[in-house]
Design a protein around this ligand. Structure first.
Ligand SMILES: [Zn+2]
Length: 324
């Protein structure tokens, strides 16, 4: 009997998500089982990927040229793929044509397209994920895979809706509403729709976080302070950095965890406090790993963590020597 080694003898793991109706939001993406932070939920290749023509100063993208590229890419797709694209939701602006499939394609592309750096792509699976101002998932474009990868940033329970953010989150509810207008919906996430005291507290935290990032990252350096004043200032900044990490955790802004932990690590390294510096650098590294194992940010945190560990070990050796 010959058994072909090429015979498919395994079934692929079941998808971690299902697309179904989300009350008040059209379709949404839901977890089919409990998902731990860092788990990759989906990897999506673009159905349409175009390289826009050069931007002209003061004019922006030549929209007609983009329209031609989109139409050409769309016409080359299979009927199933075309249907999938046309089933995406789009926010039609006042006065915008919405009669033919091509009109619709244009608004769909505007509402759902994602900038990968050099190109603009339409990712139909990721496009189904609804927005939250306190999302439980994040995403990253990974150039070497040619895919957009969505991963859990916090624990997601079976049946829970998966959410990402469409906008930067360090703004007040009012400012976020204004930014979300372009997508044509009013956010009803827990940060937006809760009691007034809760949204007020959330607004306040986000404002504090933004301020702290601005203040601390402005002077972020590994240089050890020499003067008494500089030392005092560095100690104050280390305290503020811990408060920043606390606020980001409290507000549940997973998109900013890695950035905040990095600030804490560097602020403590400046004080040559190698134990907290190592612990926070490693925390930041772990969060970065979830997004992309090989990104520049991940590598930076890996290097900082090992540098801080070496210093911490040297400190421990010196301590035990002086005790001996
Ligand atoms: Zn919201």
């Amino acid at each position: 009997m010959i058994i072909s080694i090429f015979a498919p003898d395994f079934t692929p793991p079941p998808e971690l998500f299902v697309i179904k109706q989300s009350p008040g939001k059209g379709l949404g993406v839901f977890a089919t089982r409990d998902v731990e932070p860092g788990t990759v939920i989906m990897q999506d290749s673009p159905l349409i990927l175009i390289r826009p023509p050069e931007m002209h100063e003061g004019i922006g993208y030549p929209l007609d040229a983009i329209q031609i590229l989109i139409t050409k890419a769309f016409d080359a797709l299979s009927e199933d793929d075309q249907e999938e694209i046309l089933s995406l939701s789009a926010h039609v602006l006042p006065g915008e044509a919405d009669e033919t499939d091509y009109d619709r394609l244009k608004t769909i592309f505007r509402s759902n397209a994602y900038n990968t750096g050099r190109e603009i792509g339409l990712f139909t699976k990721v496009a189904r994920i609804n927005h939250s101002c306190r999302p439980n998932a994040g995403y990253q474009w990974i150039e070497r895979l040619g895919k957009r990868v969505v991963y859990a940033t916090s624990r997601i329970d079976e049946g829970e809706e998966i959410s990402v953010t469409y906008i930067p989150l360090l703004f007040s509810k009012k400012d976020r509403e204004r930014r979300l207008d372009q997508y044509g919906f009013k956010c009803s996430c827990e940060a937006c729709a809760g009691h007034t005291e809760n949204t007020w507290a959330s607004d306040h935290r986000r404002q504090e976080i933004q301020k702290a990032f601005f203040e601390l990252e402005k002077e972020l350096t590994l240089e050890v302070p020499r003067s008494i004043m500089a030392k005092k200032n560095a100690r104050r900044q280390a305290e503020e950095s811990l408060r920043l990490a606390e606020l980001v955790d409290e507000e549940g802004l997973a998109d900013y965890y890695a950035q905040a932990y990095r600030v804490v690590a560097v602020c403590h390294a400046r004080l040559e406090q190698w134990e907290p510096a190592t612990i926070w650098a490693h925390k930041s590294y772990e969060v970065r790993l979830m997004g992309d194992m090989q990104s520049e940010e991940t590598l930076e945190m890996q290097i900082l963590t090992s540098r801080f560990i070496e210093n911490w070990e040297a400190e421990l050796r010196n301590k035990s020597k002086s005790r001996a």
